[in-house]
Design a protein around this ligand. Structure first.
Ligand SMILES: Nc1nc2c(ncn2[C@@H]2O[C@H](COP(=O)(O)OP(=O)(O)OP(=O)(O)O)[C@@H](O)[C@H]2O)c(=O)[nH]1
Ligand SMILES: [Mg+2]
Length: 295
């Protein structure tokens, strides 16, 4: 039996969560076209014959200013501590910004193999991909390099095969029927947050947090969910609710459909919008909204 932890790290939007979901075969981490979607460390378990790989999805590393952004980067950096293997994921054709100094410093501190995983090859030219590989290879000693499309699953089998080769003998960390470590309330809150990201524009997704405050199975088999969307400004509250409640209804419906699919029972979802003045700027408010560093 081989087992180990494999962390995915990289800039926002490169496709870390997409890759983890593809490998695990289930949507354990939310995905949107907007950068900075993931805010937590989320585990995804892949069971294979004779091996168990525990993937660690992380928030995108970026140049952070607000307390929320700093928290996200800290989660990412902290999440690679103690893992057995790291994938540095990049998008083909991406520029190498200053945040890479930070990423490479963190990688060097961990004395574990690092794979360069060049993603989104389905939408970039061979020249771009070659150039990306060449540029990154100058900056760090990667053990292996892969060119993949997480969206289409291209070359992911090869990546997995090599990953297993690098893992050591070890126990199963999770029972075979477990695919993630996040509790149901958080999984539901994340689905709602995904719908906020997909339906809202500009700074709104970045000013929203979601907390499930009540989760109860009713006698008729229906799951009752009460969730609070926290926004940073009074003016944002109106936008999230929308004219005649149109926006919040749409978000609620989108979320409810997906939650129902996940829990396989009817769901009654009640959404409330609360103003937590400028919450992304304050550490104390982050904690209150559940943004606590993993241990
Ligand atoms: N064309 C293409 N798009 C991809 C691929 N992988 C991911 N995407 C898209 O890229 C966007 C971002 O994907 P995510 O998986 O959320 O990226 P992430 O790295 O987890 O982003 P953060 O959580 O913000 O750090 C989504 O719209 C995905 O559908 C790929 O291989 N090809
Ligand atoms: Mg993500």
């Amino acid at each position: 039996m081989k087992s180990g932890l494999v962390a995915l790290i990289g800039r926002p939007n490169v496709g870390k969560s997409t890759l983890m979901n593809y490998i695990v075969g289930s949507k354990v981490s939310i995905v949107t076209p907007k950068p900075q979607t993931t805010r937590f460390r989320i585990l995804g378990v892949k069971n294979l014959e004779g091996a168990q790989i525990v993937f660690v999805d992380t928030p995108g590393v970026h140049q952070a200013k607000s307390a929320l952004n700093k928290y996200m980067v800290e989660v990412a950096i902290k999440s690679i501590e103690g893992v057995d293997l790291i994938y540095l994921m990049v998008e083909a054709g991406d520029y190498i910004g200053e945040e890479y100094n930070f990423i490479f410093d963190a990688l060097k501190k961990q004395n574990v193999p690092v794979f360069l995983v060049i993603n989104k090859i389905d939408k970039h030219s061979k020249e771009e991909i070659d150039k990306t590989e060449e540029d990154f290879a100058k900056l760090f000693e990667f053990k292996e390099v892969f060119r993949i499309s997480a969206l289409r699953g291209q070359n992911v089998d090869k990546l997995l095969e090599k990953t297993i080769e690098y893992l050591k003998e070890g126990p199963e960390y999770f029972p075979r029927d477990v695919i993630t470590d996040i509790p149901l309330a958080l999984a539901i809150a994340e689905i709602i947050r995904e719908k906020l990201f997909l339906n809202l524009r500009k700074e709104l997704p970045y000013s929203s947090a979601v907390n499930v405050e009540e989760l109860k199975e009713r006698e008729n088999g229906m799951l009752y969910v009460r969730a609070v969307i926290s926004v940073a400004k009074n003016s944002q509250k109106g936008i999230v609710i929308g004219q005649n409640g149109k926006m919040i209804k749409k978000i609620g419906k989108d979320a409810r459909m997906e939650i129902q699919e996940m829990v396989k029972s009817p769901v009654y979802l009640e959404l409330f919008v609360r103003v937590e003045e400028d919450w992304p700027k304050f550490e104390s408010k982050l904690k209150k909204l559940g943004y606590v560093l993993p241990d």
